[in-house]
Design a protein around this ligand. Structure first.
Ligand SMILES: [Zn+2]
Length: 223
């Protein structure tokens, strides 16, 4: 319903556009409001038809602005795929059942001994290793493919020998990963093995296997 001093017309894409006469307006202006929609304010002496024409010349800008506002809203809203509390609890159960035995298995296989392993939920790291030899693993690890899960576990195990990310740490980790990925890929489909090998061979990193796997991790966000 148009009130006195206003007219409404319908734009095929935008919908309602309100033309509002204002005593204070000195010139025609367009406003795109995220909830109240599009309005054109015009001085009393200007006819509605002129404001409508003015709007037509700015229509592209209006459409772009609506699109931008929509995008900003979508970015601000929690993602539809954000996990629920129940999903996190399900991950925790899976992580508790799977990760400690896997860590123990890898430790035995590659000659490490640690004190304690704890499954944690945080959004800052996939895992950590304390100087006392306690390992923390993020429950998100179980969302990763096996090769990336083992990469994180081996990374933390290597910290038992080298509590930093120095040269010696990387030499050890790269050597273990080379053997371990080769073993995992032996049972994987050939296409996967070839894809991994070719990516690692193209890596410009000094530690190509580590580099390739750490790139793989970056494709995942911590929930
Ligand atoms: Zn580390």
């Amino acid at each position: 319903m148009a009130t006195r001093g206003t007219r409404i017309f319908i734009d095929p894409e935008i919908g309602e556009v309100v033309l509002k006469k204002s005593i204070r307006a000195r010139h025609i202006s367009i406003r795109v409001h995220p909830t109240r929609g599009v309005s054109v304010t015009l001085p009393y002496i200007i006819p509605y038809a002129a404001a409508k024409l003015f709007f037509q010349t700015k229509r592209g800008w209006v459409l772009k602005t609506i699109e931008k506002q929509k995008k900003r809203r979508e970015d601000a809203e929690p993602q539809d795929n954000a996990p629920t509390a129940a999903e996190i609890e399900a991950l925790r159960l899976r992580a508790k059942a799977k990760l400690p035995p896997r860590l123990a298995e890898l430790a035995v296989k590659y000659g490490f001994s640690y004190q304690r392993v704890t499954i944690k939920h945080n959004s800052s790291n996939w895992g950590s290793c304390s100087t006392k030899g306690n390992i923390n693993l993020n429950l998100n690890i179980v969302r990763l493919p096996q090769i990336l899960q083992d990469y994180i576990l081996l990374h933390e195990l290597c910290h038992l020998h080298h509590p930093n990310h120095g040269e010696d740490f990387h030499i050890l980790l790269e050597r273990l990963l080379r053997d371990h990925t080769a073993e995992l890929l032996r049972n994987a489909p050939a296409s996967k093995t070839i894809a991994f090998a070719s990516e690692a061979s193209r890596s410009k990193g000094r530690f190509p296997i580590t580099h390739t796997l750490s790139k793989g991790i970056k494709g995942y966000k911590l929930w």
